[in-house]
Design a protein around this ligand. Structure first.
Ligand SMILES: CC(C)(COP(=O)(O)OP(=O)(O)OC[C@H]1O[C@@H](n2cnc3c(N)ncnc32)[C@H](O)[C@@H]1OP(=O)(O)O)[C@@H](O)C(=O)NCCC(=O)NCCS
Length: 181
């Protein structure tokens, strides 16, 4: 999927959510809590500074094709790489990737992968400005869990190993660079 936005009107644009610009009305990814979050809660969550959302559209059409959000999170060092335990700090700062979603008719065409790659590039930039040891996300649990888990594993995410949250996966920032290479 092209991401060069200069001339081709069908080229993908990924830009920060703007309620005046982005048309969320027809968006449905097939998982209603995510659809509802986009339509009902996102603006408020952004106002309070809980998340920042990144929206995929094409150049000439404001309809939302897909999106993801990023936020800050602290995770216990008990799990994950040994270097986290050796640091002897109460929390490890990470970036929380939440609500990756693609409109149903666009799924299976590479947009989800393009969104995660875009998130990874953005996270590398953030990690150059403040401490952020990894990208963390919680894989949604329903009958498609295994398929989702495979999608993230293919991008380099691995289980964090927290028995209280077995759905949680992470990718250390150094491994993000390897995925992007
Ligand atoms: C998961 C999702 C973001 C992937 O986006 P996509 O554009 O379809 O993904 P890509 O085309 O880049 O990659 C295809 C892979 O995505 C995964 N995928 C595709 N459709 C999926 C679906 N409905 N549910 C779960 N995973 C799906 C599969 O791993 C697929 O590979 P496969 O066809 O070999 O099984 C998208 O399917 C979606 O929005 N699903 C509903 C919401 C959701 O589950 N979000 C994840 C939150 S953790």
């Amino acid at each position: 999927m092209p991401t060069d936005t200069t001339a081709d009107s069908s080229a993908l644009i990924i830009s920060r959510f703007d309620r005046a610009l982005h048309d969320r009305s027809a968006f449905s990814c097939g998982f209603s809590p995510i659809d509802n979050f986009l339509k009902s809660s996102l603006s408020d969550h952004m106002k309070v500074g809980l998340v920042m959302a990144w929206i995929a559209t094409t150049k000439d059409d404001p309809a939302v094709l897909g999106f993801y959000t990023l936020g800050a999170l602290g995770v216990r060092p008990d799990f994950g790489p040994k270097t986290w335990q050796r640091a002897k700090v109460p929390d490890i700062p990470v970036i929380y990737l939440r609500a990756v979603a693609v409109r149903k008719d666009m799924q299976g065409k590479g947009l989800g992968t393009a969104l995660v790659i875009d998130a990874m590039k953005r996270c590398i930039g953030i990690a150059g400005q403040m401490g952020a040891a990894a990208i963390v996300l919680d894989v949604l649990e329903d009958e498609h869990f295994e398929r989702r888990a495979k999608f993230y594993a293919a991008l380099g995410f691995k289980p964090l190993g927290d028995p209280d949250n077995p759905r949680r996966v992470f990718i250390p920032m150094a491994d993000v660079l390897a995925t992007l290479r």
